[in-house]
Design a protein. Structure first.
Length: 176
């Protein structure tokens, strides 16, 4: 079983499992013999389904990242060093690489969806990307995120249990 991160086009990416081994899937994708599952293709717009851009794949352990070949051309001019993202930005990018929605990332990080969207805009600016697909691809290439991590918790919550400073006895008198 192989986990696939398919960067379908500039506004859509999907994460799913296929029964092929990572190596067999990679060979099929790079030879042009792989087609996405019909159920996932049905989720794309008519325009996105009509695009016949050749696909390429990169293997990261048991994960295969599949992307349109157009993303490669823009990467050639991009320096793969000196990118600094904040911890929250890296956590948002990690959530995107795992295929989480903005709301799911917001719940995981205990921030608002609008804050997640602001982090995404900043990530795209830092990585010089126009699309989420490009940001995930570049972030993975730079080691800023790991789509293989799955749904493991990204950080331990720093919130401490709240303590009631005014403890009262059963009779209503303050104890502290």
């Amino acid at each position: 079983m192989t986990r696939v991160l398919w960067l379908a086009h500039e506004n859509a990416f999907f994460s799913f499992d296929v029964s092929l081994s990572p190596q067999d899937l990679l060979v099929a994708v790079n030879r042009g013999n792989w087609q996405p599952p019909p159920g996932i293709m049905g989720l794309l717009s008519q325009e996105a389904r009509a695009t016949n851009t050749p696909l390429h794949g990169v293997r990261l352990g048991n994960l295969v990242v599949i992307y349109p070949s157009g993303l490669e051309k823009e990467e050639a001019d991009y320096p793969l060093h000196e990118v600094h993202l904040s911890e929250k930005q890296r956590l948002v990018l990690q959530g995107l690489a795992e295929g989480l929605s903005l709301k799911a990332i917001a719940r995981r990080l205990e921030i608002s969806p609008s804050t997640v969207a602001a982090h995404i805009r900043s990530i795209k600016r830092h990585l010089k990307c126009r699309t989420l697909a490009q940001a995930i691809l570049r972030g993975t290439a730079l080691g800023l995120c790991n789509p293989e991590e799955g749904t493991l918790p990204l950080f331990a919550s720093e919130s401490k249990p709240k303590r009631n400073k005014r403890l009262r006895s059963a009779s209503g008198k303050r104890l502290s």
